[in-house]
Design a protein around this ligand. Structure first.
Ligand SMILES: Cc1cc2nc3c(=O)[nH]c(=O)nc-3n(C[C@H](O)[C@H](O)[C@H](O)COP(=O)(O)OP(=O)(O)OC[C@H]3O[C@@H](n4cnc5c(N)ncnc54)[C@H](O)[C@@H]3O)c2cc1C
Length: 421
């Protein structure tokens, strides 16, 4: 059977591409290797699906450190506000939460997936699940179709590759598209985990004494060898049994990966300021004031609430301040030491969890070889890319799904136009 457009992959980018192509009244086939469509979408945002983000476009680009600037051009065609209007048109009301994050009012990711599936049905898109694609069929000049793993071949005038990256392969994203892209003449940049927890060999991590401790709105930095910060994020963070996690750490993770690569795999220093509105001097003043206000009180009680208790006790130990000592015992020197620990505690991290456990894949099909206004390959006629297979990666917070939906819409729309030429 012949199609105008084949879309490979039923994640957010592929679903959107198939819908956009279907809206052009084309004969469209969506091929998905899994039993279900939108498996990763259904678990995103903690199962609530962080569909998009309502921050202004400049801010969205800033939150996509992996080639976010490439999206300026696609955003002039289709952007986050279009996504919101699209879902509301499908009957999925969205609500805004902190940092511009948009979720379905129902808090159910499955509602988002179901709405996309109903729209595919309404538009008459053919959908085949449990149908893995083995390769793209192409001539020197253009795409002609796909070969399925079953050996069957299906012809099409245009093919949209929306098979995702390599993160969380249980959802179907197993990196199948990278060799296809290379065979079509594309460059695939190095792949690495992003938005991923960090590993540490520090004794206090190995002893698990801080496991489960969360620091709210801490300032977390990744340091260069010379001690200067490469990046700082002020968000929550978490100590785990293997290292560090939580939003601030996930955002820092790709910078750790890159710095380690630069330094031949050597461990990288992270800095934590649990009291970001203070520096070492103002924190010292605060500690002294609280200690001297009631010099008979045990210091750990006098300083209660400055930072979480487990963190305070740990840092007091680091600063060699006896837990039982009182304000009367406190020297300036020890108070200064503790102020330093609170505002710039340093620790080494020596890796990340693997790509399979990352939220997002770093690297992918080079954006230099894709037309930003159409998502068309610059190497092969009729070939389109969208979603996480591209070398685009954002922080969690709806930025990756936004990128997938926007590039998916544009790829599907342009593949449909191309197929009619
Ligand atoms: C736990 C988790 C939470 C996340 N939370 C957020 C969040 O809050 N905000 C955010 O912006 N991003 C989040 N992300 C990232 C976001 O979900 C992805 O970036 C996004 O799903 C990528 O969309 P995609 O369509 O490109 O690929 P995918 O969603 O990976 O979909 C690709 C599809 O292609 C199919 N496929 C693969 N190979 C083949 C083949 N050979 N033949 C046929 N089909 C194939 C797969 O089965 C899959 O269904 C999260 C990711 C995870 C893992």
């Amino acid at each position: 059977m012949n199609y105008d457009v084949i879309v490979i992959g039923g994640g957010p980018s592929g679903l959107m591409a198939a819908i956009a192509a279907g809206m052009n009244n084309k004969k469209v086939l969506l091929l998905e290797k899994g039993k279900k469509l939108g498996q990763k979408l259904a678990i995103s945002g903690g199962g609530r699906c962080n569909v998009t983000n309502r921050l202004p476009v400049d801010e969205i680009v800033k939150h996509i450190p992996g080639n976010g600037r490439f999206l300026y051009s696609p955003f002039t065609v289709y952007n986050n506000e279009d996504i919101i209007a699209f879902f509301e048109g499908l009957g999925v009301g969205l609500k805004e939460e902190d940092h511009g994050r948009m979720f379905p009012v129902s808090n159910r990711a499955q509602d988002v997936v179901d709405a996309l599936i109903h729209e595919l049905e309404r538009l008459g898109v053919d959908v085949r699940k449990e149908t893995p694609v083995a390769k793209l069929l192409m001539t020197e000049e253009k795409i002609v179709g796909v070969r399925l793993q079953s050996g069957d071949e299906i012809q099409a005038k245009a093919v949209v590759v929306a098979v995702g990256g390599k993160a969380v392969p249980q959802t179907g994203s197993t990196g199948d598209g990278y060799p296809w892209a290379e065979r079509a003449g594309h460059t695939v940049t190095d792949l690495y985990p992003t938005e991923v927890p960090l590993l540490s060999n520090e004794t206090f991590i190995r002893s698990k004494e801080l496991q489960g401790l969360a620091l709210r709105d801490a300032e977390v930095s990744v340091l260069k060898k010379n001690g200067k910060a490469i990046i700082t994020h002020k968000m929550d963070m978490l100590f785990t049994h293997f290292g560090l996690s939580g939003p601030a750490v996930l955002r820092c993770s790709q910078f750790v990966v890159k710095e380690m690569k630069k330094n031949d795999g050597k461990a990288v220093t992270m800095r934590i300021n649990a009291l970001p509105d203070y520096n070492a001097e103002s924190a010292f003043q605060l500690l002294m004031k609280k200690a001297k206000d009631d010099p008979k009180k045990a210091l750990k009680n006098a300083w209660k609430g400055i930072v979480p208790e487990r963190w305070l006790l740990f840092l007091m130990q680091q600063a060699t301040i006896d837990e039982a000592s009182t304000g009367a015992d406190l020297s300036n020197e020890l108070a200064r030491q503790l102020a330093k620990e609170i505002t710039s505690f340093e620790m080494k991290v020596n890796g990340t969890q693997p790509l399979a456990k990352a939220f997002v894949t770093g690297g992918g099909v080079s954006v230099k070889e894709v037309e930003p206004k159409t998502m068309a390959s610059k190497k092969k006629l009729g070939l389109y890319f969208c979603g996480e297979i591209l070398d685009i990666h954002g922080y969690t917070g709806g930025y990756n799904i936004t990128s997938a939906l926007v590039t998916g819409h544009i790829a599907g729309d342009n593949a449909a136009n191309f197929s009619g030429e």
